[in-house]
Design a protein around this ligand. Structure first.
Ligand code: ADP
Length: 349
């Protein structure tokens, strides 16, 4: 598909370049031949004037009382010059045609490549998402079909099936919400409204959101961040810290603590989200920001719920703020996520 589009775009480039080149050549041809004609005439008038004034005798003209016709340029020579000029212009245009054909093909590739990458990425996203949606939907459907075929199904079993199905549907809803969020942040220019805001406000809002989960696991969140002035998308930054805090809670055993600190470095504020949870293995670390990636520990054992989308959303939000996200982790010891954001030069109202 892209090869055809590339050839089409090359043809368009070529058409435009050749249109300009041929038009210019036509103008050059016309101007030069007119100039030669004008020069010939001017020369002829000048000689005729001198003849009339008796100042000049060209060697091949013999003055016999009346003024002779003055052939300044041989018409054949003139035609020959025109022909040569035409040939030169055709050769130049041929060269331009070949050169711009190659250049056009190269440029068409350069123009279409980012679009191709974007489409590939979109297709991957669609196929990943439909795969993730398909698996729980299929198991939900087969559980229902099996129960429906069961002639001895009693009310109690039916109720259990319904409540399990609701749980699955809730998960699917969560997945579709995360997919929507990711798609939203993946759009080009998907910046929300950038505004001046305070880090303390953002952190407080994020902590409030995850507090019920922390209470459930008896986890204390120690917020030791200082107030820095930032410029960004309030909701986006809030979502970013909700994701990191939510993970810190999810992947920590009960009764642990989560520490939040901040530090200023080279015009950036670094926010540290440190937990004492299960940690991430060295093999998993390079992939945790990939879409749908889940480390083995989170899939097996206690089966922590999740779809492997949170960190890809977090990374995208940080990118939209021209920031940096890093991670340090040790299996069994804990994990620290570091988010570096630009400090606003203006003060917050
Ligand atoms: P999930 O929905 O699975 O949590 P994420 O994209 O948020 O998806 O995280 C990807 C993977 O990174 C998780 O499955 C988990 O294995 C690992 N991970 C993320 N945060 C932590 C953390 N604080 N502690 C341990 N592992 C983590």
């Amino acid at each position: 598909m892209f090869h055809g589009a590339r050839l089409k775009l090359t043809a368009w480039y070529l058409f435009i370049i050749m249109l300009i080149s041929v038009s210019f050549s036509g103008v050059i041809y016309k101007v030069i031949t007119n100039e030669v004609e004008r020069f010939t005439l001017a020369q002829r008038y000048r000689i005729e004037r001198r003849l009339r004034e008796g100042q000049y005798f060209p060697p091949d003209l013999h003055f016999q009382g009346t003024l002779p016709q003055v052939p300044i340029m041989d018409p054949e020579l003139f035609e020959e010059t025109k022909r040569r000029l035409l040939l030169i212009l055709i050769a130049v245009n041929g060269g331009i045609f070949i050169l711009s054909g190659g250049l056009g093909y190269f440029l068409a590739g350069r123009t279409l490549n980012p679009i191709k990458d974007m489409l590939d990425e979109q297709n991957r996203f669609i196929s990943d998402s439909s795969h993730e949606l398909r698996t729980p939907l299929t198991s939900l459907k087969s559980a229902m079909e099996v129960s429906l075929r069961d002639k001895n199904l009693i009310l109690k079993d039916a109720k259990t099936l319904i409540s399990e199905s609701i749980e699955e549907v809730n998960k699917l809803q969560l997945l579709s919400d995360e997919l929507l969020q990711l798609a939203q942040y993946q759009k080009p220019n998907s910046y929300g409204k950038f505004e001046k805001l305070s880090l303390t406000d953002v952190m407080k809002k994020a902590i409030r959101k995850v507090e019920p989960l922390a209470i459930q696991k008896d986890i204390i969140i120690e917020n030791n961040t200082c107030d820095f002035k930032l410029e960004g998308d309030r909701q986006g930054l809030c979502n970013l810290f909700i994701i990191l805090l939510d993970n810190a809670i999810k992947y920590s055993p009960k009764k642990k603590s989560i520490e939040l600190t901040s530090k200023k470095t080279d015009g950036l504020v670094a926010v540290y989200v440190k937990d004492y949870g299960i940690g991430i293995s060295e093999n998993d670390l390079p992939h945790i920001f990939d879409r749908f990636y889940r480390a083995d520990q989170s899939r097996s054992k206690d089966r922590v719920s999740g779809f492997g989308l949170g960190l890809s959303i977090a990374k995208r939000i940080v990118e939209l703020h021209n920031g940096i996200i890093e991670v340090m982790s040790k299996v069994g010891k804990g994990t620290t996520f570091i988010v570096k954001l630009h400090i606003s030069k203006q003060t917050v109202k």
